[in-house]
Write a protein that binds this ligand. Structure first.
Ligand SMILES: Cc1cc2nc3c(=O)[nH]c(=O)nc-3n(C[C@H](O)[C@H](O)[C@H](O)COP(=O)(O)OP(=O)(O)OC[C@H]3O[C@@H](n4cnc5c(N)ncnc54)[C@H](O)[C@@H]3O)c2cc1C
Length: 494
């Protein structure tokens, strides 16, 4: 901390052009939102000697899902997913531990037994984070709803990290929409599941565009009548996520969950998203009874989304029911379908590689607002935003994580202007750059991704020592979470 403070003081001259308003005063940064991302960002900066104003609207004003007045409240599950270092979720934790994540450390301190997953006692976890933030001499925790960025700018903050989450207050969301442009901000997330390309059965699936028009952009999963009827029966009976009151109203107006369409009539999907017109199954040389279309998610075609399959089914039911689709029997789900309230930006168009706003590069986004998804991802983006602000303050080069790390790959994916129809995503090995030498065996491939990430991050930390990384720590891996204890698929979704 001492070394960072000195570096910061020395760097004041170098950055005077940018922070001239603060000449002679310690650099001041505003962090808006003390959730998972904001708490991490505030701590990382404070530990490096930066003076942080952390604005949190609760308890004066709450979101529809938060219940307490603590920072880093977990609004739903108490699980941060797998600890298995050879799953993407576990690999991300290893990356965060190597960079000295504050919030992950609080999670490991308040861990409860959960087999292969990192689960926490949610009250103790939030209390641990809150107490540490409150006690930090460089952090001022202010109970206030920020409604406009001009408020924090007026407060003489050189940089702002916005981490107001999926339930950003209405006034501030309206302000963000205004400065970014309406089409750059979403308020709801209705996304279809994404499956990994190498888990699909290409003996059953066939590539074809309807009437063979245009390029062959789709894979088709053909149903005969019996398999279609069986599928519809399971789909309408499957267990759904119970929506909260605040999510019930607007969600269904724009797009219907696939199971709701199926409930209208047995043929509704066959005449809608699953219509087989213009398709000929090469195996039967006939038109299928119905067909699910799968569209490539990226130019490498390593992942496909199930077109029209936005859904409210629980994750385990999605896995069970959607594997009844011919060709998807062994499908590995990189992302499950969701339909819920979620404020997030169109990252490929709105954000640079450091999650800074193109329209105002002194403002960085972090957390779910960036269009990344999940508790651990939120922590990682808070850490990344803090590193970048610190780099700006000290005149260091911008910080982009190596794309061979799990989080680097996700940032790359999210901020790639080529990514169309962007939907929030959590870390997964499907978006990692291909291995230099392809490995067919899934377990060995995952081990190779994880090892490559570890080495890439180690090199990055060594090369960027001017960023004053906080001490690394080991997190406890339950015996159950050893790579031998889980199948690759379990490891990914735990
Ligand atoms: C209903 C629901 C359930 C979810 N369940 C899960 C789950 O089980 N697992 C999972 O991994 N992810 C889940 N998510 C996603 C989850 O919210 C994120 O993974 C994570 O909480 C995002 O962290 P964050 O820091 O971006 O946002 P948050 O943790 O929500 O933090 C944002 C903070 O900003 C504050 N804030 C908002 N607006 C303002 C303002 N204008 N001024 C000042 N403060 C403000 C909020 O009060 C909050 O404290 C869920 C999301 C929702 C909406």
């Amino acid at each position: 901390m001492q070394a960072s403070a000195e570096k910061l003081a020395n760097a004041e001259t170098a950055t005077n052009a940018e922070t001239s308003a603060h000449k002679g005063a310690p650099a001041k940064v505003a962090v808006v939102g003390a959730g998972l991302a904001g708490s991490e960002a505030a701590w990382q900066l404070a530990e490096r000697g930066v003076s942080v104003k952390l604005y949190e609207m609760r308890p004066k004003q709450s979101s529809p899902a938060h219940k307490s007045e603590q920072c880093a409240e977990l609004v739903c599950s108490n699980s941060f997913k797998s600890l298995n270092p050879h799953s993407a979720a576990g690999c991300l934790k290893a990356e965060l531990a190597a960079m000295g994540s504050f919030v992950l450390r609080c999670a490991t301190k308040t861990q409860v037994p959960a087999g292969s997953a990192l689960a926490v006692d949610r009250e103790r976890f939030a209390a641990e984070v809150t107490a540490a933030l409150r006690a930090h001499p460089n952090i001022e925790l202010i109970t206030h709803e920020i409604q406009s960025l001009t408020e924090v700018q007026a407060d003489n903050c050189a940089y702002t990290i916005v981490a107001t989450g999926p339930l950003t207050s209405d006034a501030f969301a309206a302000h963000l929409a205004q400065i970014l442009g309406e089409s750059y901000l979403s308020f709801y997330d209705a996304a279809a599941p994404i499956v990994s390309a190498d888990s699909l059965d290409y003996q059953t699936l066939f590539a074809q565009s309807r009437y063979n028009k245009g390029s062959v952009d789709y894979l088709n999963a053909p149903f005969d009548q019996a398999s279609y009827d069986a599928f519809i029966g399971e789909l309408v009976a499957a267990e759904r996520v119970i929506k909260r009151d605040f999510e019930k109203k607007e969600l269904f107006a724009a797009c219907q969950p696939v199971e709701e369409v199926a409930r209208l009539s047995a043929d509704a999907l066959r005449f809608g998203a699953l219509k087989p017109v213009g398709l000929t199954n090469p195996a039967t040389e006939r038109r299928p009874w119905a067909a699910v279309q799968l569209r490539a998610e990226n130019s490498e075609r390593s992942a496909y989304n199930l077109v029209g399959f936005q859904t409210n089914l629980t994750f385990s039911e999605q896995e069970r029911v959607f594997r009844l689709i011919p060709g998807l029997e062994q499908a590995e789900f990189l992302r499950f379908g969701v339909m819920h309230r979620n404020t997030f930006v169109n990252a490929p168009l709105a954000l640079g590689h450091s999650f800074e706003l193109h329209k105002n590069p002194t403002v960085f986004l972090a957390g779910q607002l960036t269009g990344t998804e999940g508790y651990t991802e939120a922590i990682a983006s808070g850490l990344l935003a803090a590193l970048n602000v610190y780099a700006r303050l000290t005149g260091a080069a911008p910080v982009t994580l190596p794309p061979k790390t799990c989080f680097g790959a996700l940032v790359n994916y999210a901020t790639n202007p080529q990514t169309v129809d962007y939907q929030p995503m959590h870390v997964n090995f499907g978006i990692m750059p291909a291995l230099e030498t392809p490995i067919r065996n899934k377990r060995q491939r995952y081990e190779a991704y994880a090892e490559r990430s570890r080495l890439a991050l180690k090199e990055f930390i060594e090369q960027r020592s001017e960023l004053a990384f906080l001490p690394a720590f080991e997190f406890l891996v339950d015996e159950m979470a050893s790579p031998q204890g889980l199948s690759a698929n379990e490891a990914e979704h735990e």
